[in-house]
Design a protein around this ligand. Structure first.
Ligand code: ANZ
Length: 836
């Protein structure tokens, strides 16, 4: 008889599943649905490492369990296939990125299939496939054609916007105004330019201001860029986090990224010129403590308010600032700045405040100008110390000469605010400012609009034409817009993207007018913003996804992926989803109901796996040595899914022994095993029912490691004896989500001709599963007529009512009168009756 040979069992069942399309997901089956989504991978040239299958195994276990529970399950896989490496390889070797990408995808498919995941391969998608990116371009086009209506808090078609009265009889101005409202718009934004390489670089290609390739200095250059107005959705993106089942830490990261701040806008008057400087502050209560003002170096008033004697210094400072990213400027370091020689008046007490310029104030946040309160803000304090500016304390608390006091307390030195607590004082000050028309309550977000263009070849072209009439979107019938073929992928040597090299492609004359095509491409994030919708209806060429199908499958019930996507991908896709929701194209405001982040699997040395450290483990080696089932069981057995854990090849031995033992018990090595078909003895029933309960609850809660331990304990107990058919079947069913190949093999050996995939999940009996269960006998007039397993210590009342409602007992007590019940807990219930 055969030994446990995964290399024989596994390909056999993978072929069976493929041939039978076992995992095809269908609508209209009348079953409840379950949609489990994996974050789809970038198919890199290096192939998968053992970290990839961690999340995939977890979703696969849940999917297999749900199928057995009677759910219609959608479990798809695809490729996030745009990305820099294929383009860089093309620049080096001339190989078209399409070819490299195809090769890498084929390798990923082979690897993923070798692990026996229950994907519906007919729904495979690839973001670089024209039939896919047609719809990415189509959604972009909708963003371009819509604006955000602050009244209804929804997207609105650009043609339905109500033009402001003062512009209504000026067609040119009206058009400009409309263009400014679009959710996809062009703006001048700095990009990284590397003169040495003659190319624009992506943020991830620049490290500390130097190109990752060649270590050449880079600079920030302004370039017309596509932006997406995600900021319009900030409040909804924040508020709707309450409705989803995600970990608190991920929700918090999104909240911080959105960064809602409430406070006030306050107007200050410039002493000599009466110009107005408006600031945003979260602490209007500290207005009496303001001792100077700071403008961002780019602030339009900086030059105007600068006295001639400081002009040269200012210009020099502005030039240096240009070469710094916001990130650099925000870092806490020695403060720098330039005094402008002008003063503003504090609106509450007419104190004169010197006006400075400093790079820690960003033009892109609030109003680009601040009132400085060094006594109660750390950055203002450091700046005041550096430039010997006054520090005026207005909150009772520790001395503020050496450090700012940012805590709470009662107001002091603040006239009508004196004695109030901070929160009350904020309210009172805002009321006062509003009444004086010197300010208003204001909410600000850290979230910035999304820079949505790249100067790359290997990305989705924008479906936009620049015409003399302005920007025009291509008609739907011209989608997908394919990129031109290129033979030389090297950069243009100018700020222009590679697509600009192909002049015939750039020239456009057609339904959208006459002009030239947009030559930027979309970022890699674009395709992943909506891929979960395409899986629902991957071959539809009339719509990105049919509404009825969307209605059936959405929202995603379980989404598993890496925590590195906590903000960008998960925020971008929520934004697109909300936009599609506004257009009535999807039915739920949120795409991902439950989100779980798997922990990273580290190398054997406890460090992150990386090529350069040489500690990458490939699933191929593991599958060929131990089999896919063992790899799956091991990865789930390593520890809690969300925890970070080090890989250990030696650790595979335990799971391997478990699978071998199960195989030996049910198949045997020397002779054919025969199964005992008599009813299960009580001791076996107990451990089985305990195991059904534990494994079911653990899968529901993704405690897959403890589910596996329970399976191991159960096997150890059961295998003390030759297998009973019933026990063997139940244990095989319980093991099947974890080790599906072996389970199919055993199921066949147990005499079944169908796949185990749709066998109903076993039910457990709460009484049998109870930890300390006892058997209680039910008697009628002293004769045992029935028995029942119950938790130890079950109350008299419960036992009595169980005896009375027991079907067998009822048949003995028909047509009798109950005289008395005798109950001895944990032992017996005796009904004393007399015939009627
Ligand atoms: C006066 C003040 C007093 C402030 C005080 C803080 C504490 P968040 O919470 O991040 O929104 N600020 C406003 N606009 C800025 C800009 N463009 N660049 C840099 N800093 C800016 O912080 C808002 C606070 O950051 C504002 O409130 C302002 O300083 C500063 F005891 O105003 B505060």
């Amino acid at each position: 008889m055969p030994k446990y040979e995964p290399s024989q069992i596994e390909p056999k069942w993978q072929k069976y599943w493929d041939d039978h399309k076992t995992f095809a997901a269908r609508e209209n089956t009348g079953k409840p649905k379950f949609y489990a989504l994996d974050m789809f991978p970038y198919p890199s040239g290096a192939g998968m490492h053992v970290g990839h299958p961690e999340g995939y195994t977890a979703t696969d276990i849940v999917c297999r369990y749900k199928r057995m529970q009677g759910f219609e399950v959608l479990h798809p896989m695809g490729w996030d296939a745009y990305g820099l490496p294929a383009e860089q390889y093309a620049i080096k070797t001339g190989t078209h990125p399409r070819i490299t990408t195809k090769k890498n995808i084929d390798n990923f498919i082979r690897q993923i299939k070798s692990l026996g995941f229950s994907y519906d391969w007919d729904r495979e998608i690839n973001t670089t496939d024209p039939s896919y990116f047609k719809w990415t371009q189509w959604i972009f086009k909708q963003l371009f054609n819509h604006a955000y209506d602050p009244q209804t808090q929804k997207a609105i078609h650009i043609d339905k916007l109500i033009i402001p009265k003062e512009l209504q009889n000026n067609p040119q101005k009206s058009k400009e105004w409309k263009n400014q409202q679009r959710l996809a718009y062009l703006a001048e934004v700095p990009v990284w330019w590397c003169p040495e390489l003659g190319t624009v670089l992506a943020n991830e290609e620049v490290i500390d201001g130097k190109s990752e390739r060649g270590n050449h200095p880079c600079e920030r250059r302004p370039l017309k860029q596509w932006m997406l107005r995600i900021t319009s959705y900030a409040d909804r993106l924040l508020g709707d986090l309450e409705s989803v089942d995600w970990s608190d830490s991920i929700k918090q990261m999104q909240r911080n990224w959105i960064g809602k701040s409430t406070g006030a806008k306050i107007d200050f008057e410039v002493a000599s010129t009466h110009e107005k400087i408006t600031v945003f502050t979260t602490r209007p209560d500290t207005l009496f403590g303001a001792s100077y003002m700071v403008l961002a170096p780019e602030h339009p008033l900086a030059s105007t308010l600068c006295r001639p004697e400081y002009q040269a210094e200012l210009e020099h400072y502005q030039k240096i600032t240009k070469s710094k990213s916001e990130l650099e400027r925000g870092i806490d370091r020695e403060k720098t700045g330039v005094f402008l020689g002008s003063f503003a008046l504090n609106p509450v007490n007419k104190n004169l405040l010197p006006i400075w310029v400093s790079d820690f104030v960003m033009m892109g946040y609030g109003t680009g100008a601040i009132m400085s309160v060094p006594a109660h803000d750390e950055r203002d304090h450091a700046f005041a110390k550096k430039f010997s500016l006054p520090i005026l304390a207005v909150i009772e608390g520790p001395d503020t000469e050496t450090a700012a006091y940012t805590g709470s307390g009662k107001l002091k030195n603040s006239d009508f605010l004196n004695g109030l607590e901070v929160n009350e004082a904020k309210k009172t000050m805002i009321e006062w400012l509003t009444a004086q028309e010197l300010g208003t309550a204001e909410t600000q977000y850290k979230l910035r609009d999304w820079l949505f263009s790249r100067q790359r070849y290997w990305g989705e072209p924008f479906p936009i034409v620049h015409t003399s009439e302005g920007l025009v979107a291509l008609p739907d019938e011209e989608l997908p817009l394919l990129p031109p073929e290129l033979s030389d992928f090297s950069p243009t040597g100018t700020l222009e993207p590679p697509l600009a090299k192909v002049k015939d492609w750039v020239q456009y004359s057609g339904k959208a007018g006459v002009g030239f095509r947009e030559t930027n491409t979309m970022p890699q994030w674009a395709g992943s913003c909506w891929y979960y919708l395409r899986y629902i209806d991957p071959h539809n060429d009339q719509a990105f996804c049919a509404k009825e199908k969307e209605n059936y499958w959405m929202p995603v019930d379980l989404y598993i992926g890496g925590a590195e996507h906590a903000v960008l991908h998960l925020l971008y896709s929520r934004f697109w989803h909300k936009f599609l929701f506004d257009l009535n194209l999807v039915t739920h405001p949120e795409p991902f109901q439950k989100l779980v982040n798997q922990g990273i699997i580290l190398g054997e040395n406890g460090e992150k796996m990386s090529k350069s450290l040489g500690n990458v483990v490939s699933p191929d080696e593991i599958v060929s040595q131990y089999g896919a089932d063992c790899m799956r069981v091991y990865e789930m057995f390593m520890g809690p899914l969300e925890r970070m854990k080090p890989w250990s090849t030696a650790g595979l031995e335990g799971p391997f022994r478990f699978l071998k033992k199960l195989h030996r018990w049910l198949v045997g090595e020397e002779q054919t095993v025969s199964y005992n078909t008599s009813p299960l003895p009580a001791s076996q029933a107990k451990i089985l029912h305990q195991t059904i309960k534990k494994v079911s609850e653990d899968i529901e809660n993704l405690r897959l490691n403890t589910a596996i331990s329970q399976l191991m304990i159960c096997l150890n107990e059961l295998s003390q004896e030759a297998p009973y058919q019933e026990a063997a079947e139940i244990l095989t069913q319980l093991t099947s989500p974890f080790a599906p190949h072996l389970a199919e093999e055993l199921w066949e050996k147990l005499g079944h001709s169908n796949s185990i995939t749709y066998q109903p999940w076993p039910h457990y009996d709460e009484n049998l599963a109870a930890e300390n269960s006892v058997t209680v006998v039910f008697q009628v007039n002293g004769k045992v007529r029935a028995e029942c397993t119950v938790p130890k210590g079950t109350s008299k009342e419960t036992l009595e009512s169980m005896a009375l409602s027991n079907e067998k007992i009822k048949s003995y007590t028909e047509k009798t009168q109950l005289l008395k019940i005798i109950c001895v807990p944990d032992k017996l219930v005796n009904l004393v009756v007399k015939a009627l």
